[in-house]
Write a protein that binds this ligand. Sequence first.
Ligand SMILES: [Fe+2]
Length: 124
Amino acid sequence: MTEQNQIYKCNVCGNIVEILHAGIGQLVCCKKPMELLKEKTQDVGQEKHVPVIEKTETGIRAKIGSVPHPMEEKHYIEWIEIIADGKFYRKFLKPTDKPEAEFEIKAEKIEVREYCNLHGLWGT
Ligand SMILES: [Fe+2]
């Protein structure tokens, strides 16, 4: 049984999917069950992945992380997602971008999720 907004990964081919509508079936890719990714919320070691949220004049900025995360071909933040009062916003990044994203939104409740191509899913 899946739940809306869960993120699953195929550990064979690398496909990543997000659930838009929950169902009772098990997600399978490359003939294997897909892995449910759980957001990690605690940094360990030198690299920082937990998003830091800053207010700007027009909205918010999410930085990854307290020390800027590397943005290299082999290791980078693929996307940053904001969940603001139940609405979802996502920015996809390239290795040449800064590890941050700005969103022109005002909201009471803000959560952030981000995906590092090497270290997986992180959140606030
Ligand atoms: Fe990383």
